[in-house]
Design a protein around this ligand. Sequence first.
Ligand SMILES: NC(=O)c1ccc[n+]([C@@H]2O[C@H](COP(=O)([O-])OP(=O)(O)OC[C@H]3O[C@@H](n4cnc5c(N)ncnc54)[C@H](OP(=O)(O)O)[C@@H]3O)[C@@H](O)[C@H]2O)c1
Length: 201
Amino acid sequence: MKIVLIGGSGTIGSHVYKAFAADHDVIVASRRSMDYPVNIADSDSIQSLFEKTGPVDAVICIAGEAKWAAFDELSESDFYIGIKSKMMGQVNLVKIAKEYLKPTGSITLTTGILGEHPVPMTTSAALVNGAIHSFVLAFKQDFPQGPRVNVVAPGLVEDAYEKYKDYFPGHSPVPMDKVAEGYKTSVMGSQHGELIRIYEP
Ligand SMILES: NC(=O)c1ccc[n+]([C@@H]2O[C@H](COP(=O)([O-])OP(=O)(O)OC[C@H]3O[C@@H](n4cnc5c(N)ncnc54)[C@H](OP(=O)(O)O)[C@@H]3O)[C@@H](O)[C@H]2O)c1
């Protein structure tokens, strides 16, 4: 398969890259990539990426930002960071990437546990995750025959545990291999319009 992996240089993305790269042609894209630069918050740059890659079998996005802060500290423009990047960035990615998918292709987005189990300081990040969950369910209603679009929602992952553990008291870190399996389920399986949770519901 020819797979575009946006965010493949990141904490989660680099593990997902390893999980696919042995058997597939994986194109890693991100803002700082020399070969395949893309900023999902900018539709023109998404369009340029796919003009460069041509038709692909699968697209995986493990990228996108949202500001973490107490609600009273978040301005309206702070909320727009997440809305423009992690939310509309992934919606626009689906809009553009679906035109470059080969038949039976798939698009896999990323949210996180905060969409269902928020912790303090995450009104913006949780909002955006929840929106993408609803988007993926609704997308299937418009495209029941595909392209397949799913979202993987990891819990706090092992490799980010030390950095974020104080925000997630009582949470057990999710092994990196288990996270990568969630993306394999979406890409290699027949799931469509599904929220693939990598945490206990
Ligand atoms: N870490 C966790 O425990 C965890 C748990 C659940 C969900 N998540 C979610 O998973 C996603 C990835 O998390 P992570 O911890 O792997 O993050 P990370 O280590 O910061 O990596 C982010 C990756 O995305 C790329 N990126 C960031 N913004 C981008 C943009 N606007 N356009 C294109 N590429 C962009 C980065 O590369 P460049 O800087 O080169 O663009 C990098 O490759 C995030 O949405 C995060 O909310 C993370």
